[in-house]
Design a protein around this ligand. Structure first.
Ligand code: SF4
Length: 400
């Protein structure tokens, strides 16, 4: 049975209601258990649980250290292309946004990767918009093949594929796949995705299962917080994680915690999630899933990231750029301006997100990052907190 079938039969409405109205006693009872159900998880993310947040934080901290040790795994996103055939209202790369676009050549990608390697990274996340012409399967395979010898850990965040299309990418050296569902609310999903293959909610929801069949052994999931009610999203992604742990048990699972950031298109969040909500959610995920990696990106500001590390975060990006060529300026000479998917010559800049291509130092980024510290500065901070930044995915290195 696929997760889509299980998802459709979940009592989501009742679980969300529980997460909004449960009392302190029910939260205490959930905290006393060693194995939590979805109903317990709903209790832990409730307003009633905020009074017990310190206690949850201590438990979450201890459990994380026991399962993961005092280490934070470092990774870096390398954007290959910001061409995209989808219109996703919240994304800077959305097809109709008038922005500066480029797809890196193999040489460009190698140059970008080398710059990241020099910063210490050995764990790479290759990111690209969904565009069969620019980001073909053979292009992705060539990129992975070119980078694999230097990079023991390569994950992908690209448009969903069939299992048969994933296999050559696994054989070329990719071992991880990240697919954000964006929102688990079908109505909001339909409103947000107005054009392109991404409109198919179920196809996307089953992607990790196809990836597992194809051989990926590191799987990453998440909603994008800011589209639907955060408690609804958290319960849904918890159900998704629970399904993957039962059915794709040979894979390591990570859950990310991305909140919307400003981007081209000027989309405004539809819902709000406070910093305290985010901290509570980190603890609830850890208590529900002791062995699942929790990922925090540079979408969050430095101070908040530093504060969330001891609560249960196990993996972080640092010094990130969300535009192709962002680390070295690679691909600069091919940058072009597009409007509604067509290349348009511009005499002057179109917006703050897209100056004239001739003057541009880089293509347009997917979103603004909030933590602008370098990888070295973040690593130093991690050490000061008593943790060891780990740059290499040892498991992948040992099985390669
Ligand atoms: S979220 Fe992904 S699919 Fe949607 S516009 Fe952005 S890059 Fe394209």
């Amino acid at each position: 049975m696929s997760f889509v079938v299980e998802f459709n039969s979940l009592p989501l409405e009742a679980l969300v209601k529980r997460s909004q109205t449960t009392g302190v006693q029910a939260v205490r009872e959930s905290l006393a258990k060693t194995k939590l159900s979805l109903a317990d998880f709903a209790n832990l993310i409730s307003p009633a649980a905020t009074g017990l947040l310190e206690h949850m934080g201590r438990r979450s901290h201890a459990m994380t250290q026991q399962r993961f040790g005092k280490v934070i795994r470092m990774f870096a996103p390398l954007y290959l292309s910001n061409e995209c055939v989808n219109n996703c209202q919240y994304c800077g790369f959305s097809r109709d946004n008038p922005i500066l676009r480029v797809t890196l050549s193999l040489e460009d990608a190698k140059r970008e990767a080398q710059a990241l390697k020099e910063q210490g990274f050995r764990n790479l996340l290759l990111v690209a918009g969904e565009h069969p012409k620019f980001v073909s399967n053979s292009y992705l395979k060539d990129c992975i093949t070119a980078l694999h010898c230097d990079w023991p850990g390569i994950s992908l965040e690209v448009g969903p594929m069939e299992a048969a299309d994933y296999r050559p990418l696994v054989e070329a050296g990719a071992d991880g796949l990240v697919v954000y569902q964006e929102t688990y609310d079908r109505k909001v999903y339909a409103d947000m995705h107005t054009a392109g293959p991404k409109r198919n909610f179920d196809w996307r929801l089953e992607t990790l299962e196809r990836a597992y069949v194809a051989g990926f052994r590191r799987l990453g999931i998440s909603p994008l917080y800011g589209l639907a009610d955060w408690r609804f999203e958290a319960i849904s992604v918890a159900a998704h994680a629970d399904y993957l742990l039962r059915n794709c048990w040979k894979a390591q699972l990570t859950i990310s915690l991305p909140r919307l950031r400003p981007s081209a298109g000027e989309f405004q969040p539809l819902t709000h999630m406070t910093d305290r909500d985010l901290a509570q959610l980190v603890c609830a995920f850890r208590l529900m899933f002791p062995d699942v990696g929790l990922v925090l990106s540079t979408r969050e500001p430095a101070k908040l990231r530093d504060g969330l590390i001891p609560l249960g975060i196990t993996m972080m990006s640092a010094g990130s750029h969300t535009e192709p060529g962002g680390y070295t300026g690679a691909g600069k000479e091919k940058i072009h301006h597009t409007e509604r998917g067509r290349i348009v010559e511009l005499a002057s800049g179109a917006s703050e997100w897209a100056p004239t291509p001739k003057n541009a130092t880089n293509a347009t980024g997917q979103f603004q990052i909030a933590d602008e510290r370098s990888a070295g500065e973040v690593a130093e901070l991690i050490r000061r907190l008593g943790y060891e930044p780990v740059w290499k995915d040892w498991d992948a290195a040992l099985t390669a």
